[in-house]
Design a protein around this ligand. Structure first.
Ligand code: PHE
Length: 469
């Protein structure tokens, strides 16, 4: 694959994986879910899934990627057939390519909202004063969620913004991933810095509306960390959908289970420390998610909106953050920076969703890069237009997000754990992981990979089917 020679350095790969991981999942999806369940309830399954599923499966992916890469394969179907040489194994890998392409089709819609908001701040259209109602109306109007159903009902600026997003995505896909490495290198630190400043502002908001004294930042923080007040914690933890959403969020956010890391990390060499790289990328992502995404958006949404939903998990940040910027010196600048950086973070994620597909078209079907990119461009644009025009309303976005971003990823992760942990063998996985690694492999890891991961995934899955079907 031509992207192969583009990898200048090992740091480049860590940056690209972190760029893939840090995205709208961290700043919009996570706060949306935490707010939906009440953070205190959400955090328990969330952290459990991080330790028992996210990290171990990330280690698996980095290891099998390098193993397959050294044998000349860079996409999940090829790598699966190296790990388990049966006729069916490449097909299991192919399912893994379809899911991220499916996610891309709606993810890019939300990405285009970020771009549109950045433009809105630049042009002054989003200087709507301190009343949050103005921002809610703005959001409702441009997403068409109050109107007759279509997301972008007749709003051509949105389609323009979507088209611009498509051009950027395919530019980077076509050019290979070196550009992504560069944007991550500069974009990520600026995002971090801006995030910290906005975080300070949110933490010092106090009680912006004296008529609603209970809507203060402390209570907002409490909402992220405290157990629920009205239902018992034990009872709410019996809900399988909560566990599925939490584990799904871990996969989605770490970009684990989608074949993305398998593709990126397949260009590493035996000298590279994959344990350390995997841990660094995962830790960086969690910091961005919990410390920035969560601590900024959940309290802000509590203070300004009383956490009343805005029609979609992804929508919360688009209504509450503008209210924060309205209470900030240089608010217009920060509003622009925030949404523009979200757009950058989203691009490095959405481009990564297409990489596994491109790698497969090149490797499995021997298409050149131009043809593979063009094919994928056509397919995904049709998909996105479908999302925009026929999906109806914002809830449809959440439904799609549940099936592609949560449900299927569960099935995929289960496949992967079985192929790697049982068919290829956990010892082989960890032998690969240990090579070049200065980090000690936790002694419990083989047990977690072989037994805990599949059992945990299967248990949640069966419980969910039992409760919902
Ligand atoms: N991890 C990205 C985010 O948090 C989303 C993503 C999902 C990227 C699947 C690649 C594959 O926004």
């Amino acid at each position: 694959m031509s992207g192969g020679n583009a990898w200048g350095s090992r740091l480049g790969i860590i940056l690209a994986v972190t760029g893939s991981a840090v995205g709208l999942g961290n700043f919009l999806r996570f706060p949306g879910l935490a707010a939906k369940y009440g953070g205190g309830t959400f955090m328990i399954p969330y952290f459990t899934a991080f330790i028992l599923l996210g990290l171990p499966i990330a280690y698996i992916e980095w290891s099998i990627a390098r193993y397959g890469g050294s044998r000349g394969y860079h996409s999940a179907p090829g790598i699966f057939s190296v790990l388990w040489p049966r006729r069916i194994s490449p097909y299991l890998g192919v399912i893994g390519l379809i899911v991220p392409v499916g996610i891309y089709m709606y993810y890019v819609v939300i990405e285009s909202w970020c771009l549109y908001y950045a433009w809105g701040y630049l042009s002054g259209a989003l200087n709507l004063g301190t009343d949050v109602a103005g921002y809610r109306n703005f959001f409702d109007a441009f997403t068409g969620s109050t109107g007759n159903g279509t997301l972008f009902a007749g709003v051509s600026p949105m389609l323009i913004s979507l088209a611009v997003c498509y051009i950027f995505n395919f530019f980077f896909v076509y050019r290979g991933i070196a550009g992504i490495e560069r944007i991550s290198r500069y974009g990520m630190p600026i995002l971090l810095l801006t995030g910290l400043i906005v975080l300070v502002r949110v933490m010092t908001l106090g009680t912006p509306n004296p008529e609603l004294p209970e809507r203060n930042v402390l209570n907002g923080l409490g909402h992220l960390w405290n157990p629920p007040q009205n239902v018992g914690l034990g009872e709410s933890l019996l809900n399988a959908r909560l566990w599925m959403d939490a584990a799904g969020q871990i996969f989605f956010s770490l970009s684990v289970g989608f074949g993305v890391i398998i593709n990126y990390a397949s260009y590493l060499s035996k000298k590279d420390d994959i344990m350390l790289s995997a841990t660094t990328a995962a830790a960086g992502n969690e910091f961005a998610e919990v410390a920035l995404g969560g601590l900024i958006t959940v309290p802000a949404a509590f203070v300004f909106l009383g956490l009343q939903g805005v029609g979609s998990t992804f929508g919360l940040g688009f209504v509450s953050l503008p209210a924060v910027f309205a209470h900030m010196p240089l608010g217009q600048l920060f509003g622009f920076l925030w949404f523009f950086l979200l757009f950058i973070a989203a691009i490095t994620s959405s481009v990564s969703m297409l990489q596994p597909g491109i790698a497969f078209l090149e490797e499995g079907l021997h298409l050149d890069r131009k043809k593979s990119s063009a094919g994928l461009l056509l397919l995904t644009s049709l998909g996105t237009l479908f999302v925009v025009y026929y999906s109806g309303n914002l809830e449809a976005l959440d439904t799609m997000d549940f099936w592609a971003g949560t449900f299927f990823i569960f099935v995929l992760a289960l496949f992967q754990v079985i192929v790697a942990g049982w068919l290829f063998g956990v010892d082989n996985v960890l032998k690969e992981a240990a090579e070049g690694s200065r980090m000690r492999i936790p002694r419990i890891l083989p047990f977690i990979i072989k037994y805990v991961c599949p059992a945990f995934l299967a248990l949640i899955f069966i419980m969910w089917c039992y409760q919902n079907l």
